[in-house]
Design a protein around this ligand. Sequence first.
Ligand code: ADP
Ligand code: MG
Length: 694
Amino acid sequence: MTVGASPQRPVTALKGVGPRQGERLARLGITRVDELLFHLPLRYEDRSRLVPIGEVASGSEALVEGEVEHAEIASGRRRRLVCRIHDRTGSLDLVFFHFYDNQRQALRRGRLVRAFGELRDGSGACQMVHPEWEVISSEQAGHTDGCLTPVYPSTEGLPQASLRRLVARALEQALDGLTELVPDKVLAELGFPSLRDSLSFVHAPPADADARALIESRHPAVRRLAFEELLAHRLSLLKRRAHHQQACPAPGIDGDGRLRRGFRDRLGFALTGAQERVAAEVDADMARAEPMLRLIQGDVGSGKTVVAALAALNAVECGWQAAVMAPTELLAEQHCRSFRDWLAPLGVEIGWLSGRSSAAERRHHRQALADGTTAVAVGTHALFQQDVSFARLGLVIADEQHRFGVHQRLALRDKGEGGGWQPHQLIMTATPIPRTLAMTAYADLDTAVIDELPPGRQPVTTVALPDTRRDEVIERVQAACAAGRQVYWVCTLVEASDELEAEAAEASAQRLAESLPELRIGLVHGRLKANAKESVMTAFEAGELDLLVATTVIEVGVNVPNASLMIIENPERLGLAQLHQLRGRVGRGAAQSSCVLLYHGPLSETARARLAVLRETGDGFRIAQRDLELRGPGELLGTRQTGALNYRIAELTRDKDLLAPVQRHAHALLTSAPEQAKALIARWVGEAERYAQA
Ligand code: ADP
Ligand code: MG
């Protein structure tokens, strides 16, 4: 045994691991010896008990021993080696379709063989196809391992036997070198075993261990590892947050309220209790010299924009600039209109920057931002291009943040970092993120929830209909428009390019125009030029169009209260959260609104279950929770966000009860044992940490 061998050594330092083997291990994410130890079994095989051949049940896996009667090459449909073995209770055939001659030599009559595999009913006798097997001596007969045999996630060219050998070697050489990084007190409180005990247990559980509990991660030995991993990720986010907040101060912004009073007076409605509460939290954040990092979650239509406008006005009252960033041109344009309507009458100068602004326009707005004439800038990510600078950026507002990656969020933070200040950040999302996810994906943000809709809103009635009933649906469209209402018709495609989606929408618009000649129909899709799109949207908002055929570009933000019916074609192609967002475009006025999910049957079981969720509830948080259960976190947050969620052992949905203790202990550990915290991050986050710092 190599004494004091560091667990952080490259895995190629292990005997038997050459460059080729090293590459294969790297494919499994294993480059260091300790990573081999954290590579947990997928399942276990019980090879601790020898089963008499006569008692093995067909369809089950078993370890058997027997004496070879004969081994013959059988021809027939497929050439194969058949080796018959027997014990006192019965006989069975070991069958090999791929074999070498030395295998046949080894399985000579009279030899003792031990085999593990699944028993199947063969044509004549029972058989095991391609069992794991070995020839044993008569002294070895009857003696088995006392442990369950692990089966690891593997990759081509890396057989289980090699992996097992490597893990066993790593346990022998590196386990003692692993430092316990979770404080004893925490382990005791949670009833978790030590790191070493956990690892030796999961790699070689005693035969009587509850293997089910182990693979389902209900066993304390695995839960302890999942806990440690989640703790490490949490620590890394907390460190990142602290690093950011200490990098440079933010301006303490606490305006006198003069602009905000004017704004409220002109609004024409009172803020909801939830809006007031969240606005007050934001005020308190901004008053501090530490940069605010706040995420506002609020269901579609909960009125997040008003809260954002209040924050922007607070900054302007103190002579700071605010930037409002939206992920799409359409949404940015809409914000620009809202902010101009609301703030221009108060004498606040609004600037506009989008990827589609003309060069002259852009120059003008850039200049106004740089010299401070513009108080509030609205735009797409064009706002954060290199050539844009702000005179005194005090607040950044990002709408629909999940559309932006972590990198963009960080780039946006850096914008203000001239002159020794960094801006406060307010992030808004209408994709309700289940608490479990928010705590991990957004652990560096404080969250606030607007959990109340403005009064008078009626829930949207949702029905699912097969597209064989399209005619009925068209009649409904006609009836709604005849009653003076407006209608959205949304076309969806799977993984579509803008181009294909545009074509599909054009075809739908064409067909609808044929069936509904009396209606004024508009069409928007991602391929239209900005001004073309804007003029269609403006016409729809002004009531000059009855029916708007659109692709999912209208998903976020669009606000036309007179629209009371939405048809979504092929809803089975979209995620629940996205469908909920789309549906949120109706039910914004006083009229009873409905949404028709016009699906293309037959639906799979899951698709049916998913559409049912939408029919049953209008609560975005419940929908998101169900989406998380049905499709996993990647779908919900978008691939860009999932970098932080690639755990080795932990799984958010399954281990959600660990999150509260993780949160509780992370803070304490960071202050009381910073070195341990650092080591935990290095052990578990490693690469991902660099990503987080990017
Ligand atoms: P979202 O949270 O989806 O971004 P918006 O901010 O676009 O919602 O608000 C949706 C609509 O509700 C807008 O027309 C807005 O003016 C209106 N609204 C916001 N707050 C209130 C309120 N407290 N009372 C009545 N209407 C409100
Ligand atoms: Mg909005």
